[in-house]
Design a protein around this ligand. Structure first.
Ligand code: UDP
Length: 322
C-alpha cells in the first residue's frame, strides 16, 4: 500500500514507519520536525518537510501521490501540559487534525489511521477498560482526541472515510531491533524521564503523588511497547481497508504497573540509583488505567508480545546508553 505517515519522524511515528516498511508498504513521511528528528528518517521512505497547518501543501502531497491511506501521528501528547496550555493542544491536536481530515477527504484518500488515547476514557468506572467504557476525559489532551474521534465518525457517515482510531495506553520502550536512534527531546512521559535521570541528564525525577488509591499510592498505567503499537497500526489499517469498516480500538498490554514499580525495575535493570522525590499530584491524572484488548485480539488478531516490564526498560536503556 502507498501510505503517507504524518508525524513519521517522531517517537511513535518512526516505529510505525519502520514496521510499515518492513512489511512492504511504500511510505512517505510528512513531518515539520518540531519534535520529530531527522535521525528517525529512513533511507527507504520518502520525506516531505511539511506542517499539518499548511493545507495547500497537504492537499498537494495527497493529490499527487495516490495514497491508499494516511496514518496521522502528529500531535502534542503531554497530558500535564495540556492542562496548562490548552491553546497549544487545540491548535495542534484539533485544528491541525481537521486540516488533515479535510485534505484526506478532498484528495479522496479512503483510509485514515488516527492516534487516539486511553485518555478519552477519563477516570475509570471499571477495570480493565474496554471500548464500551464511557468517555469522559479528565485532561484536555484526552478531550482533543475524543473530539477528533467524533469528527471521524461524521466523516465516515457523510463521506465514506474509513478510520481506525487507536486508543493507545502508555507507549514506551524502543525498537526491539535497536534501529530507532532519535531520543525524544524534552520528554514529559515517565519512562524517558526515568531514563534521562539514569544517564545523568536530570539530577532527580519527580513522582507525581503517592496518595492515590493504589497498592503503593502511585498511579498505575498500562505500558505498551512501541513495537507492539506499530504492529497494531499495520493490522488496523489492513482491517479497515479489507472490511471497509471503521474501528475504535484499545492498544495496551493488559498489565498495570505503578510509578514506583516502573522506577524500581529501572533501577534494577540499569544499575543506576535514579534519584526520585515525591511531589504533588499532577492535575488530570486518573489513579489507574489498564486496558482490555480483547477487541484488538478478535478483530485484528493482535496482542502485545514485547510489553513485559523488562523488555520495555531494557530497550529504552539500550537506546539511552547510545
Ligand atoms: N509520572 C511521574 N513523574 C514524571 C512523569 C510521569 O510520576 O516525571 C507519572 C504520571 O503522574 C502518571 C504516570 O507517571 O501517573 C504516567 O505518566 P505519563 O505522563 O508517562 O503518561 P500518561 O499516563 O499521562 O499518559
Amino acid at each position: 500500500m502507498n501510505v503517507l505517515i504524518i508525524g513519521g519522524a517522531g517517537y511513535i511515528g518512526s516505529h510505525v514507519t519502520r514496521e510499515f516498511l518492513d512489511i512492504g508498504h511504500n511510505c512517505t513521511v510528512y513531518d515539520n520536525l518540531s519534535s520529530g528528528l531527522r535521525e528517525n528518517l529512513f533511507a527507504d521512505a520518502k520525506f516531505i518537510h511539511g506542517d499539518i497547518h499548511d493545507y495547500p501543501l497537504l492537499l498537494d502531497v495527497l493529490k499527487t501521490s495516490s495514497f491508499s491511506a494516511v496514518v496521522h501521528l502528529a500531535a502534542s501528547k503531554a497530558a500535564g501540559e495540556s492542562m496548562t496550555n490548552p491553546a497549544k493542544y487545540s491548535r495542534n491536536n484539533i485544528s491541525g487534525t481537521i486540516n488533515i481530515i479535510n485534505a484526506v477527504c478532498e484528495a479522496n484518500v479512503k483510509n485514515i489511521v488516527f492516534s487516539s488515547s486511553a485518555a478519552v476514557y477519563g477516570e475509570p468506572q471499571y477495570l480493565p477498560i474496554d471500548e464500551n467504557h464511557p468517555t469522559n476525559p479528565e485532561n484536555f489532551y484526552g478531550f482533543t482526541k475524543l473530539e477528533i474521534e467524533r469528527l471521524l465518525e461524521w466523516y465516515d457517515k457523510l463521506k465514506g472515510m474509513r478510520f481506525a482510531s487507536l486508543r493507545y495506553f502508555n507507549a514506551a520502550g524502543y525498537d526491539v531491533k535497536g534501529r530507532i536512534k532519535g531520543l525524544e527531546q524534552n520528554p514529559a512521559n515517565l519512562l524517558p524521564i526515568i531514563m534521562e535521570t539514569a544517564v545523568g541528564l536530570r539530577k532527580e525525577m519527580q513522582i507525581f503523588g503517592n496518595d492515590y488509591d493504589t497498592n503503593d499510592g502511585t498511579c498505575i498505567r498500562d505500558y505498551i511497547h512501541v513495537s507492539d503499537l506499530a504492529c497494531g497500526h499495520a493490522k488496523a489499517l489492513d482491517y479497515i481497508d479489507k472490511n471497509n469498516k471503521s474501528i475504535k480500538i484499545n492498544l495496551g498490554s493488559e498489565n498495570g504497573f505503578s510509578v514506583t514499580e516502573v522506577l524500581e525495575s529501572a533501577r534494577k535493570i540499569t544499575g543506576k540509583p535514579i534519584p526520585a522525590k515525591i511531589t504533588e499530584r499532577r492535575s488530570g491524572d486518573p489513579a489507574k488505567l489498564t486496558a482490555s484488548c480483547s477487541l484488538a485480539q478478535k478483530l485484528l488478531s493482535w496482542k502485545a508480545v514485547h510489553s513485559d516490564i523488562d523488555t520495555l526498560i531494557k530497550t529504552s536503556w539500550e537506546a539511552y546508553q547510545k
